[in-house]
Design a protein around this ligand. Sequence first.
Ligand SMILES: [Zn+2]
Length: 98
Amino acid sequence: MPICQHCGYKWVWIEAFLKMFTFKKKLRCPSCDSSQYVSKKSRKLLGLFIFISLLFVPLVSFGVPKGYVLAFEIIVYALVIILMPFIYKLSNKDEPMW
Ligand SMILES: [Zn+2]
């Protein structure tokens, strides 16, 4: 779970989950209201998950029914969304991606 780097407040799942969906890089701590940023490592990890899930799309050309691949993709994305708050780490300042 994300922990505020300013006050040490541990975010609960629903707080992290809702804030993730604002798609802002800057997140406000529910406890101390300071600006927190999603760490570079967490963003890279998210990119990696998306990349891995996309690797299964070419299975369609190997005769795997499209419906199966689509269902699989939906399950993977749902899992990533549910698990994201657990792997999110916060940082006090905005870190450049590279
Ligand atoms: Zn805080």
